[in-house]
Structures are given as structure tokens and as C-alpha cells.
Design a protein around this ligand. Structure first.
Ligand SMILES: Cc1cc2nc3c(=O)[nH]c(=O)nc-3n(C[C@H](O)[C@H](O)[C@H](O)COP(=O)(O)OP(=O)(O)OC[C@H]3O[C@@H](n4cnc5c(N)ncnc54)[C@H](O)[C@@H]3O)c2cc1C
Length: 407
């Protein structure tokens, strides 16, 4: 593992940093503004960087991608809106799609012309995703879809979704699933946004009643859906490890300033030995995250795809985020719950307040999600136990298969 950046990488970082300094995103309240920001990022070469050039990417090295992600975090600018398309759906199409599918969809993912969502989870199938019930029945030149999905991030804005549906009911559950491209504007698709604890509606429930999906919209072969879903999840687990570290570091620096400004029992909270101890511990934990990130990054640089051991990273960073946000609340007390009207010296980001998603309160509430999506903490522990540590599996016939999960 090499912990140094090469002179080329340092030069690249300098150029990226300058670009972000010269191109502030401005208001990003509406969907159109968010799409326009992604397009700008794309034109600068910062979107789909790892994708092959023939599909609009840059063939960039993992290190270059990490540098851009880090600089975005350092500049405190939001990433691309079409996150699922860029991180999971596009890469799956690149590997498994037909030439026709690649030509039709990939470029418009990069430019945010078409937003995508992931239609995996169902009300009774989350961790045990392979038990999903939404059905797809072949009728001539199309498939007829019936059923319900839930927790579809970006579902309310999406033009397309990737859909897992059961095409064969009478075979072992993992073998009867296929993978489709769904045009969300098709008749029979009903999208109902779900309001979250944070106040925003990033999720949607999606209902299908006799929805006709053209036969050519299947990705891979019939019955190959589970295998493809594993590829997709694999990309998601890779993650922008170092960007997370940069955001945590920035938050820690700010939290220390806030603890200095905040008065407790007549003195700055930072003078409290317990507060100092907890802050110190958190700084160390973020450093651990940084070195774990380097380990993953150097594996990627050597061309090795992270395997089940990336569950260690997922478990650690999502649990760390919860501990981090709990510490914030611990230090700020009632101030931590204010979404509006927080004195400037106590706000998360005094210079570039962008609305609710840059408050301590929002971050606290959002941190609860990290240990659920892309495989809950319990599922990550099962994976670590069984596939990393090779511990014996629990010999119970009725146990759920913790092999994968939705988004
Ligand atoms: C922010 C966010 C975004 C999401 N985006 C999407 C999306 O875009 N598309 C999509 O399809 N889904 C999405 N999801 C859904 C997500 O994939 C599921 O919530 C997740 O897979 C867990 O499933 P569940 O909610 O049904 O919980 P369940 O599977 O019912 O789990 C309930 C509890 O039981 C535990 N548990 C379950 N099985 C086991 C086991 N075998 N061993 C030990 N413990 C177990 C779990 O850890 C959890 O604590 C999103 C979720 C969140 C929070």
C-alpha cells in the first residue's frame, strides 16, 4: 500500500481544486438545477470518470476518481444527481447490456438527461431480496409486470428504473429472477413519494398493474437477474471511500470550532475533559476510516475488485457516521435539533449554508439510513462472518439467506 500521491496526482488535484473554486454550483433547489450541475460536472470530465471512453467516460484511474471525490467533499459541493445510474446501473449495462441498450441509455445517464431509480426492495423483501414477488409474465413481444416496490430512491424523478421481477415461480428463488429496464412513464406504473423523517421525499413506492415491458428491455438472459443484481451491488459497495473521510474531517474541524463557541457551565464546551476525550476518539476513528480507504483504493489501483471484505468498510463507515452524529448531538444539546435559526457560530457550515441538507439535524437523521441501505449492519456482519472469516453457517433450516439486499 502506497500512502503517497505521485507528482502527477498532485498536479491533477491542483487543477481539480481550481475548477471547483472557479465554478461554485449556485442554487440547487430544483431538479432542473441539479441536472444542470451534473451536466456541468460531466463537461468538466468529473462524471462517469471510470467508465470506458467509448461510452462517454474517461477510463480514469481509481486514484483520479478518488481525488475528484475528495476535492468535491473539500469544496463542500454536492455530487451528481443521477447517482444510482452512475454508480450501479450504468456499470451493469456496460458489462451485461446489448450494444443497442448501451447506445440508447448510457450517454443520457452521464448528462443527467434521464434520471434512473433502482426497483429492488419490496414490502416483504429487503434483506432477503431473493424472496421478491413482483412478477413478469411473457406475453408475445412483451413482459407483463404486476406487483409493488418500495424505497426507490429518486423514484419520483426517474425516467427509467432497473427492475427485478420473478419470471419463473417454480424454481429455487435465486434462479427465477430477471432484470429489466422499465420506462417509468409506461401505463400502469404508479409512483407514490414517501415522506421521510428528514422532511424530504427522496423515496417512492412504485406499483405495477399489467405494465407492458418490451421483450428487448431485459438485461442479460431470463433467470440471470440475481447474478446481475450482485454485480450492481458490488459497484455500490466500492463507494467513494476517501470522499467520506474528507467530509468527516471537515465536519470534525467544524465541530471543534462549534465546541469552542458553545458555552457550557460558564465555559467553552471544548474545555470539558469529557467532550475533549470524545472528540479525540472520533478524530482517531476517522483516521482509521482513512487508512481503510487507502487499503481499498490501492487494491482498486492494482486492478483487484474488492470482494466480501468491502463489507468491513461498509459496516465501519456507516456505524461510524451514526456515532459521529450522536456525538454532535451530545455536544450541541438542543441546538443540534434546530433546522433553522441556529446562531451562525454554531451552524454546521457558516459560509455555504445550502438549506436543510447542510444542518446538523439533517445529518443526524440521515445517518440512521446508512446502516440500512446497501445491506444492513446485521447483514454485513453475516457476510463478514461467513465469507471473510469463514465461520460455520448457523444450521437452521428456516434462516433467511443474508446473501444480498436492495439499494
Ligand atoms: C436511504 C435508503 C435508500 C434506499 N434506496 C433503495 C433503492 O433505491 N431501491 C431499493 O430497491 N431499495 C432501497 N432501499 C431499501 C433497502 O435496500 C432496504 O431497506 C434494506 O435492504 C433492508 O431491508 P428492509 O428495510 O426490508 O428490512 P428487513 O430486511 O426487514 O430487516 C429488518 C431488520 O432485520 C435484520 N435482519 C434481516 N435479515 C437478517 C438476517 N438474515 N440476519 C440478521 N439480521 C437480519 C435487518 O438487519 C434489520 O435490522 C433503501 C433504503 C434506505 C434506508
Amino acid at each position: 500500500m502506497d500512502l503517497n500521491y505521485s507528482p502527477e496526482d498532485e498536479g491533477f488535484r491542483e487543477r481539480v481544486r481550481r475548477w471547483f473554486a472557479e465554478h461554485p454550483p449556485g442554487a440547487l433547489d430544483t431538479l432542473e438545477q441539479k441536472k444542470a450541475w451534473q451536466r456541468k460536472l460531466y463537461e468538466a470530465g468529473f462524471v462517469g470518470m471510470g467508465w470506458p471512453r467509448e461510452y462517454g467516460g474517461q477510463d480514469a484511474r481509481p486514484m483520479e476518481q478518488a481525488i475528484v471525490a475528495e476535492e468535491m467533499a473539500a469544496a463542500d459541493v454536492p455530487g451528481a444527481i443521477n447517482s444510482l445510474a452512475l454508480g450501479l446501473i450504468g456499470p451493469t449495462l456496460i458489462v451485461h447490456g446489448t450494444d443497442e441498450q448501451k447506445r440508447r441509455y448510457l450517454q443520457r445517464m452521464l448528462t443527467a438527461e434521464e434520471i434512473w431509480c433502482q426497483l429492488y426492495s419490496e414490502p416483504d423483501s429487503g434483506s432477503d431480496l431473493a424472496s421478491l414477488k413482483t412478477s413478469a409474465v411473457r406475453e408475445g413481444d412483451h413482459w407483463s409486470i404486476n406487483g409493488q416496490k418500495v424505497w426507490a430512491s429518486l423514484g419520483a424523478y426517474a425516467a427509467f428504473g432497473i427492475l427485478l421481477a420473478r419470471t419463473k415461480p417454480n424454481v429455487p428463488k435465486h434462479q427465477g429472477i430477471s432484470y429489466f429496464i422499465l420506462d417509468m412513464r409506461t401505463q400502469g406504473v404508479e409512483v407514490r413519494p414517501l415522506k421521510q423523517i428528514t422532511g424530504s421525499s427522496e423515496f417512492a413506492e412504485v406499483f405495477f398493474t399489467n405494465v407492458k415491458v418490451p421483450a428487448e428491455n431485459i438485461i442479460g438472459q431470463e433467470g440471470q437477474g440475481w447474478e446481475l443484481a450482485q454485480t450492481t451491488l458490488g459497484y455500490e459497495r466500492g463507494g467513494s471511500v476517501l470522499a467520506r473521510v474528507t467530509r468527516h474531517q471537515a465536519n470534525m474541524r467544524r465541530l471543534i470550532e462549534v465546541a469552542r463557541a458553545l458555552r457550557r457551565d460558564g465555559q467553552p464546551a471544548l474545555e470539558d475533559p469529557l467532550v475533549r476525550q470524545k472528540l479525540g476518539r472520533m478524530v482517531v476513528e476517522v483516521e482509521v476510516l482513512r487508512y481503510t480507504g487507502f487499503r481499498i483504493l490501492s487494491k482498486l489501483e492494482q486492478g483487484t475488485r474488492p470482494g466480501p471484505e468491502s463489507s468491513v468498510d461498509k459496516l465501519y463507515y456507516s456505524e461510524l457516521d451514526k456515532r459521529h452524529q450522536e456525538l454532535v448531538q451530545d455536544i450541541l444539546g438542543p441546538f443540534g435539533q434546530l433546522e433553522k435559526g441556529l446562531p451562525k457560530e454554531l451552524a454546521l457550515n457558516s459560509s455555504t449554508m445550502r438549506g436543510d441538507d447542510s444542518t446538523w439535524a439533517y445529518n443526524f437523521l440521515w445517518s440512521r439510513a446508512g446502516t440500512i441501505y446497501a445491506g444492513s449492519s446485521e447483514i454485513q456482519k453475516n457476510i463478514i462472518g461467513e465469507r471473510v472469516l469463514k465461520l460455520p453457517r448457523e444450521p437452521r433450516a428456516d434462516r433467511a439467506t443474508p446473501s444480498s439486499t436492495g439499494g
